[in-house]
Design a protein around this ligand. Structure first.
Ligand code: UD1
Length: 424
C-alpha cells in the first residue's frame, strides 16, 4: 500500500516543470494505430493511464518502448482488434482506441465502459457518430462489436461537446473515404493537440479547437516525432496548492492561454498570477477571498477536472464559494474526505457550497478518484499538522510523480510504500 504523508500549514516556494498532458497523450497513443512507421511521442508523461495505453498497444501486437522521456511506438505489427475487458476496466478512456482500430482493421471489439467514480459514463455519442460514418455496432452481453468494411466521411452532429467522442470520430474519420465534418465538437486544447499530431503524420484536420472539426479522410499517415502539450490540469492543481497554502511558485512550461478560467478564479481569490512564454507564476499570502460562484462547463468554461482542486484551495478562504458541477453527475466524492480535515462544505445535488474556515487540521484520508485525490493533497498542504493520504493509485493515473513535484515546490511530503497485509 502506498501513502503520502504531508505536513502542511506552511507556504510553498519553488519551481516545477509541468508534465506532458495525460488527456492529450492518450488519444495520441490511440492515433498511432493509424500510422505506418515509427512515432516518437516526446514529453510523454510516465503515468498509470499511459501504462494502460501501452499495454493496450502491446496486446494488439504493436511495439511501444520508452527512450528517456519519449515513448516510441511502432504499430506495424498490429495483429488484433479486440481490447480485453481487463484493460477496458483499467482505463475507461480506452474507448478512444475504438475509432482508430475500426479505421485500420475494419472491425473492433471492446467491453462497454460501465459507470465509474464520476457517475455514468455513456458512449452513445461515440457509437452514434461511428455508425453515421458507416460502422455496424452491436452490443452483446456487455461487449461492443464494431464492423465497417468501409467508413465514409459524413457530417456528424454531436448533441453534447464530448471530448472522447470528438476524438474517436476524428480518428475514425482519418480512415474514412471523403470528408467528415464534426459539428458541435468539443473545443478542449487536447483536441487541438490531437489534430496537430495527426497533421504532423500527414492527415488533414482543420478547425480543431472550434466547434466544427473537418477531417479529409483517406490519406496515408506516416510516423513523426511530436511533443505533447503541457498538462493544464496538473498546472491548475499546483496553482490551487499555492492558493491554499500560500507562497510563491513558478510552473515552468505551463501555458496560461489554456487556463484562463482557472487563473481568473485564482485572481478573484486574491492570488497574484502572472505568466509569460516560460510559464506561470503564482504568489499569495494570508487568507484567500471566496470567489462567488464557479460553474464547470466544457472548454473554455471552468474545467470539471479542476473543480476539486480549486475547492480544496479555497477551504480556508474568507466567505463562501458556490460550486456547480454541470459536466459529470457524481463529482463531489472528495467532499467527505475534505471534511475530515475540517472543511465546511454542504452538497445538494450538483451544487456544493464551501464556507471558508480559519484553520484546517491534518487527518487520515483516502482518495476517491484522480482529481479528488489531488484535491486531498492540495488541502493537506493548507492544513496544520500531518495528513496521511491513501489509495494513491487514483492519483498515479494522472500525475507522473506528485510527491516529486510538490517537494520541488517546497512541500514537506513523503511517500511510503508498505507491503500488503491482507487488510488493504
Ligand atoms: C474527458 C477527459 C476527462 C474530463 C472530461 C470533460 C480524457 C481522457 N478525459 O473525458 O478528464 O473530465 O473530458 O472535460 O480526455 N457523454 C454522453 N455520451 C457520450 C459521451 C459523453 O452523454 O457518448 C457525457 C458524459 O457523461 C459527461 C459529458 O458528456 O457528462 C462529458 O463527457 P466527455 O467530454 O465525453 O468526457 P470524456 O471524454 O470521457
Amino acid at each position: 500500500m502506498s501513502r503520502l504523508f504531508i505536513r502542511g500549514g506552511r507556504p510553498l516556494a519553488g519551481e516545477v516543470s509541468i508534465q506532458g498532458a495525460k488527456n492529450s497523450v492518450l488519444p495520441i497513443l490511440a492515433a498511432t494505430i493509424l500510422t505506418a512507421g515509427q512515432v516518437e511521442v516526446r514529453h510523454c508523461p510516465a503515468l498509470r493511464d499511459v501504462d494502460a495505453a501501452v499495454r493496450i498497444l502491446r496486446a494488439l501486437g504493436c511495439d511501444a518502448r520508452w527512450e528517456g522521456t519519449s515513448l516510441v511506438v511502432d504499430t506495424s505489427g498490429l495483429n488484433d482488434w479486440a481490447i480485453s475487458d481487463i484493460l477496458m476496466r483499467e482505463m475507461r478512456s480506452s474507448v478512444i482506441f475504438l475509432g482508430a482500430i475500426l479505421a485500420r482493421c475494419g472491425q473492433a471489439r471492446c467491453s462497454m465502459p460501465g459507470g465509474c467514480e464520476l457517475g455514468p459514463r455513456p458512449i452513445d455519442l461515440h457509437t452514434a457518430g461511428l455508425r453515421r460514418l458507416g460502422a455496424d455496432i452491436r452490443e452483446e452481453g456487455g461487449t461492443l462489436l464494431c464492423r465497417a468494411e468501409k467508413l465514409t466521411g459524413r457530417q456528424v452532429v454531436l448533441s453534447l461537446p464530448s471530448v472522447g467522442a470528438t476524438e474517436n470520430l476524428m480518428l475514425a474519420a482519418c480512415g474514412a473515404e471523403g470528408t467528415t465534418v464534426i459539428l458541435g465538437a468539443a473545443r478542449e486544447p487536447e483536441i487541438e493537440d490531437l489534430a496537430l499530431f495527426l497533421n504532423a503524420c500527414g492527415a488533414r484536420v482543420t478547425g480543431a479547437g472550434s466547434g466544427t472539426v473537418t477531417v479529409e479522410g483517406g490519406r496515408k499517415l506516416h510516423g513523426c516525432a511530436y511533443t505533447v502539450m503541457p498538462d493544464r490540469i496538473a498546472a491548475a492543481t499546483y496553482l490551487c496548492c499555492c492558493a491554499g497554502a500560500g507562497g510563491d511558485i513558478f510552473l515552468r512550461g505551463a501555458r496560461e492561454q489554456e487556463l484562463f478560467a482557472v487563473t481568473d478564479a485564482l485572481r478573484r481569490a486574491g492570488c497574484c498570477v502572472t505568466s509569460d512564454s516560460a510559464g506561470i507564476a503564482c504568489a499569495c499570502a494570508g487568507r484567500r477571498q471566496s470567489v462567488g460562484s464557479v460553474r464547470t462547463a466544457p472548454y473554455p468554461g471552468f474545467p470539471t477536472d479542476a473543480q476539486a482542486v480549486l475547492m480544496a484551495g479555497l477551504l480556508r478562504s474568507r466567505g463562501a464559494t458556490v460550486f456547480e458541477e454541470t459536466v459529470f453527475e457524481n463529482r463531489y466524492r472528495h467532499v467527505d474526505e475534505l471534511r475530515r480535515l475540517g472543511a465546511d462544505i454542504r452538497v445538494s445535488g450538483r451544487v456544493a457550497v464551501v464556507s471558508g474556515v480559519e484553520t484546517l487540521h491534518g487527518a487520515a484520508v483516502e482518495c476517491t478518484d484522480l482529481r479528488g485525490g489531488a484535491a486531498l493533497c492540495t488541502a493537506a498542504l493548507a492544513a496544520e499538522g500531518e495528513t496521511c493520504v491513501r489509495a494513491l493509485h487514483h492519483i498515479d493515473r494522472g500525475y507522473e510523480d506528485i510527491r516529486r513535484d510538490l517537494a520541488a515546490l517546497g512541500a514537506d511530503i513523503e511517500r511510503k510504500e508498505t507491503r500488503l497485509t491482507g487488510q488493504e
